[in-house]
Design a protein around this ligand. Structure first.
Ligand code: ATP
Ligand code: MG
Ligand code: MG
Ligand code: MG
Length: 331
């Protein structure tokens, strides 16, 4: 009998729609794997799970997917294909741990601390990994805004970021005080914590780090190039008219730079106690400094996304990668 795997996508966060596209990719990858039967459900903002026909289900402690008419289907393994809350934030993983259901991806703690951009930076600093200079704001009060204004004066241009988002939601480039007020209002509407980061003129490098056949694989960095007049925003990531370009392997990096990125990725993967996969994003400045920007514990797997491309470029087959992780977890 095949392994019953449950793909949960959607979720209550701003990346709900992106998650559906990631789920399409995963579904396609497991379609022809004969020993794994995949059921897909979409989670809405209230945590309700619906199937394709609109039927509502819940996940039970008996490790079953229970339909409204009481019929059940065993759940041996879960693929939480949710960017943001409650998947990438680790909340769903906590429930799966509690129910004893194995799942794809990082555990609750690593997920939580990587999804929060503030805790990520604290951990990176503790691990001795350079990350972008920043100020941390815990409220949109006058005192806290003063810190943001100082940062803007000192650095000339900054990125204001909600601490708890992905896909560049709640992320704004700010070059004057008017923009600052607007960006802070929008970021605080999404998150209780906000970062004001120094805006770096950079090349953006991304590494896929994942476990394949028991070994940690760290790919050479790929590169994303946003258009000159903007940054790698939500629109540049997903809109039809996106002008961003991606390269599966960045060119012209020195051996020392490649080695630095490799070591930092390895250290981040170990120190943050990541599992199965992650995409680690770096900035390379004009003067040759490299900063770790962030760690994505459940990177996008849409047609534009870097993680599946880098995995393929490393000579690995996503379908084999995921199905062998599933078989291992069940064995
Ligand atoms: P992801 O979709 O990768 O999860 P995210 O929402 O977590 O994105 P970041 O990766 O931190 O957000 O930032 C989004 C984009 O904003 C970056 O890819 C980059 O283009 C730009 N950016 C962010 N911070 C900086 C910075 N300090 N200097 C220059 N550009 C930046
Ligand atoms: Mg991110
Ligand atoms: Mg993300
Ligand atoms: Mg990023």
């Amino acid at each position: 009998t095949p392994i019953q795997a449950l793909l949960i996508c959607g979720g209550g966060g701003s990346e709900h729609d992106v998650s559906l596209r990631t789920a399409d990719f995963i579904e396609e990858q497991l379609q022809n794997v004969s020993d794994i039967a995949l059921t897909r459900v979409v989670m809405d903002a209230s945590g309700r799970l619906s199937d394709r026909n609109g039927g509502v289900h819940y996940l039970s402690q008996q490790r079953q997917l229970v339909a409204e008419d009481g019929s059940t289907r065993d759940v041996h393994y879960v693929v939480p294909a949710i960017h943001g809350y409650p998947g990438e934030t680790g909340d769903l993983q906590s429930q799966l741990e509690l129910f004893g259901i194995p799942y794809f991806g990082c555990g609750p703690e690593a997920s939580k601390l990587c999804f929060n951009k503030v805790t990520t930076k604290l951990w990176l600093t503790a691990l001795g990994i350079d990350n972008t200079p920043y100020q941390f704001l815990f409220s949109n009060s006058e005192e806290e805004i003063a810190k943001a204004t100082m940062a803007l004066r000192q650095w000339g241009a900054v990125f204001v970021k909600a601490s708890n988002q992905g896909s560049s939601v709640g992320c704004f480039r700010v070059t004057n005080e008017e923009q600052m007020a607007e960006a802070l209002t929008q970021a605080f509407a999404l998150s209780p914590y906000v970062l004001v980061e120094k805006s770096l003129k950079v090349r953006e490098l991304e590494v896929a780090a994942y476990r394949y056949a028991g070994e940690l694989v760290i790919t050479p960095p790929g590169e994303v190039c946003a258009p000159e007049d903007t940054f790698y925003s939500y629109e540049e990531k997903y809109a039809e008219a996106s002008r961003a370009r991606t390269f599966v392997e960045a060119q012209g990096l020195s051996q020392a730079q490649l080695a630095w990125i490799h070591e930092a990725s390895k250290r981040a993967f170990a120190g943050l106690q990541l599992k199965d996969l992650s995409r680690i994003d770096f900035f390379l400045t004009d003067d040759g400094n490299i900063y770790l920007n962030e760690v994505n514990t459940f990177p996008g797997m849409t047609p534009i996304s870097m993680f599946p491309k880098m995995l393929a470029h490393a000579g690995h087959n996503f379908s084999e990668y995921l199905s062998s992780l599933i078989r291992q977890a069940i064995a």
